[in-house]
Design a protein around this ligand. Structure first.
Ligand code: ADP
Ligand code: MG
Length: 348
């Protein structure tokens, strides 16, 4: 075992895969989650169940670890900020505060002269009346959304009343992009101009949930370079430490847009576990624990398929994998509709 104990806030599948990567590097992991059934407790060395606002319990967690990271972006900023006074939190908490808010995130990207979708803030229902220009569009809660949760596609103003939108929340309205495809770029930054970057990954969504990811992405060289350059620019500007994912849209005229930034390891990067010499998870652990940076090498092309809801059942019962297939069961106790339960990676 190394001297380092890594604390991870959040106990979902990303926490599990981070723990597995840490174990390979002989680093102990302690996970803190507000879900007593958090699946990552099956993979980490120690698990603490508690609310993110419970200061005493958070303090007990902090005492046990050397460095702290997080596996989802909806951890309260205040919690991360308090922890950061005692031990290093990577990526730094101010990044979370920026990215937790869709408006602040998009303003940040635009200030770098990087293209995003057209967007506007919506604070009350009547704001929509003058925003016909942004339709068809998607109304999204500014905070706490994931996997399409808190999102309302809107075709026209007449439709708004039928959607039962909770206007006590703040929203952002985004003009719908006529998508040709979606890609993501995963980058791990170790320090000033020190990073490892994966090639763009092509992503297919169904009902706003990721269904399938694959490399290589079917993308012009120009867009491959532009998406990588923008990802480097974003991570340098944030002075980011760890693994970050930038999600992109490509429209029918081959324009590239940044959709959103995930300040963490990302679902589209699960295929890196089997197809690269160093996975996005291992790279994250290496960066936040200040371990050696290893040059990335692709070993295989690959595709990854998310197993959503009931789909996990056939795989759990009848594991008939080919030699090039890898099945991951997140060991979630309850199968729920639209819940990511596991994934399958197929090497090409
Ligand atoms: P989440 O935080 O839930 O991942 P996203 O903003 O990434 O939210 O939206 C989820 C998916 O919905 C996107 O990957 C894309 O498929 C679709 N989508 C979101 N916004 C737009 C848009 N402005 N134009 C076209 N498709 C969109
Ligand atoms: Mg997204």
């Amino acid at each position: 075992m190394s001297e380092i104990t890594l604390g991870i806030l959040g106990g979902g599948q990303l926490g599990s895969m981070l723990s597995t990567a840490a174990k390979k590097l002989k680093i102990r992991t302690v996970i803190y989650s507000d879900d007593k059934n958090a699946p990552a407790q099956n993979f980490c060395d120690e698990f603490i169940f508690g609310e993110y606002s419970n200061k005493n319990q958070i303090y007990e967690f902090v005492k046990k670890v050397t460095v702290i990271t997080y596996e989802f972006e909806n951890i309260p900023f205040e919690t991360l900020n308090e922890i950061n006074k005692l031990k290093t939190v990577s990526p730094k908490p101010s990044i979370i505060r920026l990215i937790q808010h869709r408006l602040a995130e998009k303003d940040f990207v635009n200030k770098l002269n990087i293209r995003t979708t057209r967007y506007v803030s919506v604070e009350k229902k009547s704001d929509l009346d003058s925003l016909e220009d942004f339709l068809p569009g998607i109304l999204k809660t500014t905070t706490m959304g994931y996997d399409g949760k808190g999102q309302y596609p809107i075709k026209n103003l007449e439709q708004v009343d039928t959607l039962n939108i909770d206007f006590s929340k703040e929203y952002i309205l985004e003009k719908l992009v006529k998508l040709k495809k979606e890609v993501s770029v995963i980058i791990t930054r170790f320090g000033n101009n020190k990073y490892e970057i994966y090639e763009p990954i092509e992503n297919i969504h169904e009902n706003q949930i990721l269904r399938k990811s694959m490399i290589p992405a079917d993308l012009d060289n120009k867009l491959i370079e532009q998406s990588k350059e923008w990802s480097i620019q974003i991570s340098e500007e944030l002075k980011y430490i760890g693994t970050l994912c930038v999600e992109f849209f490509v429209d029918r005229n081959n324009n590239l847009y940044v959709n959103e930034i995930a300040p963490r390891v990302h679902n589209s990067g699960h295929l890196t576990i089997n197809s690269f010499n160093v996975s996005q998870f291992e790279n994250h652990v290496r960066a936040v624990c200040s371990l050696e940076q290893i040059p990335l090498k692709k070993l295989y092309n690959a595709e990854m398929i998310n197993l959503i809801g009931d789909e996990i059942k056939t795989y759990r019962q009848n594991l008939n994998l080919k030699e090039n297939e890898f099945f991951f069961d997140y060991l979630k106790k309850e199968v729920k509709h639209n819940r990511k339960m596991g994934h399958l990676t197929r090497l090409k």
